[in-house]
Design a binder for this molecule. Sequence first.
Ligand code: NI
Length: 142
Amino acid sequence: LIYITRRFNFSASHRVYNPNLSDEENLKIYGKCSNPNGHGHNYIMDVTVAGEIDTETGFVMDLTELKDIVNKDIIYKVDHRNLNTDVDFMKGILASTENLAIKFWEQIENKVKTNKRRLHSIKIQETINNSVEYYGKSKQGK
Ligand code: NI
């Protein structure tokens, strides 16, 4: 298998909090990320596809096709938005980076998949020091 990766950037705001807890309890768990009026991040996301090389094109996947899928189904929906209130697939879901990675995966998994390639990972860097990687629900070996 060969792994190809395209990087994306988006800026978004969120408040990380559990609505069932008080502001005080949220502050204890999430610190300044639970600031009631929210805050923003410049996210960096790496989307990796694994597959075999197509003998005609020499590609695992045309990176422009991957770019178009991710832009349409993820980036245009989250860039310069509030992740708690503006994004249909994040409604009712705690806007942590972990949950973002899982929901992003769900948006594009089927569009990337063919009999020769599949989504391998989504890595989201929220800050210089913090990042999350998601590899799907189960270990997908071949
Ligand atoms: Ni945050």
